[in-house]
Design a protein around this ligand. Structure first.
Ligand code: PEP
Length: 250
C-alpha cells in the first residue's frame, strides 16, 4: 500500500518559541494510531530544536529547501550535510514560492534533487501549474515538463525516497481549492506518466500529495480520491487543531 502522508509547510512563520509551542500541541494531541505519516517543515533556524523536541515521536521534521552544492562559497545557503548533521532527513524541493520568488527552475531543481537523493534524503518534490496554464488548457503539459526536467533523471532505486506534491499555484494560499475531481484528474495523469516513463511498480508505490488551500472541511473528500495519498498543507498547518483535523481526514 502507498504511504499516506500529511505534511505541514510552515514557511517563514513561527519564531523559536512559537515553533516549540506548536510542536508541543501537536505532540500532545496527535493520534497515535493514524496511518498517516505526519511531517512538519519549520524554518531552518528552528529545525534542530524541532528534531530534538520530536525525537521518539512519529512526527518527521523536514527542511523547506536546501542548496544543490555540497559546500562552498554560497553565503546564506544550507547544504545537505548540514541538514543530515542535525538529523533532518527529509527536504521539500520545488515549492512554487521557491520557483516564483527565488527563480528556481526545473534544471536547478534537478540538481537539488540529485544532491538530496545522493545523500539519502527523502524528497518531497513540488510542482503545479499557474492559473494561466490551466485557463489555456496547458496544465497537463506544464506538469509533465516539470516532472521530466526536474525529476525523471533519477535512478529507479531512488524513487523509494521521492514523494510527489501536486500544488496548483492558483490554489496556494488563495482559499481557492482544486475540486476533488480536478485533483484526482491530475493525480491520475501524473501516475499514468510514471507508468509510461518509469515503470508500473514505481507508479503504484509513489505517494502523490495534493496541496492548495486544504482545510479541515475539504480534506476528507480530497483524500478520498484514489490517486490522492495525502496533502501538503500551508496556512492550515499553523494551527495544531486544524492540522490534526486534516490528518484525521486520511
Ligand atoms: C503550500 O504552500 O504548499 C500550500 C499548500 O499552502 P496553502 O495550504 O496555504 O494553500
Amino acid at each position: 500500500m502507498r504511504k499516506k502522508i500529511v505534511a505541514g509547510n510552515w514557511k517563514m512563520n513561527n519564531d523559536s518559541q512559537q515553533t516549540e509551542t506548536l510542536l508541543e500541541e501537536l505532540l500532545s494531541k496527535k493520534p497515535e494510531n493514524t496511518i498517516a505519516k505526519i511531517v512538519v517543515a519549520p524554518t531552518f533556524v528552528n529545525l534542530q530544536a524541532a528534531v530534538k523536541q520530536t525525537a521518539g515521536s512519529n512526527i518527521i521534521v523536514a527542511a523547506q529547501n536546501m542548496h544543490q552544492a555540497e559546500s562552498g562559497a554560497y553565503t546564506g545557503e544550507i547544504s545537505v550535510n548540514m541538514l543530515k548533521s542535525i538529523k533532518v532527513n527529509t527536504v521539500i524541493l520545488g515549492h512554487s514560492e521557491r520557483r516564483a520568488y527565488f527563480h528556481e527552475n526545473n534544471a536547478l531543481l534537478a540538481q537539488k534533487v540529485t544532491t538530496a537523493l545522493a545523500h539519502n534524503l527523502t524528497v518531497i518534490f513540488c510542482f503545479g501549474e499557474e492559473l494561466a496554464d490551466r485557463q489555456s488548457g496547458n496544465h497537463f503539459n506544464l506538469v509533465e515538463s516539470q516532472l521530466r526536467e526536474g525529476l525523471f533523471h533519477i535512478s529507479e532505486s531512488d524513487w523509494a525516497s521521492v514523494v510527489l506534491a501536486y500544488e496548483p499555484v492558483w490554489a496556494i494560499g488563495t482559499g481557492e481549492t482544486a475540486s476533488p475531481e480536478q485533483a484526482q484528474e491530475m493525480h491520475a495523469f501524473i501516475r499514468s506518466l510514471l507508468h509510461t516513463n518509469i515503470g508500473s511498480k514505481i507508479a503504484e508505490e509513489t505517494s502523490i500529495l495534493y496541496g492548495g488551500s486544504v482545510k479541515p472541511d475539504n480534506a476528507r473528500e480530497i483524500f478520498s480520491k484514489p490517486d490522492v495519498d495525502g496533502g501538503l498543507i500551508g496556512g492550515a498547518a499553523l494551527k495544531a487543531d486544524d492540522f490534526l483535523a486534516i490528518v484525521a481526514g486520511i
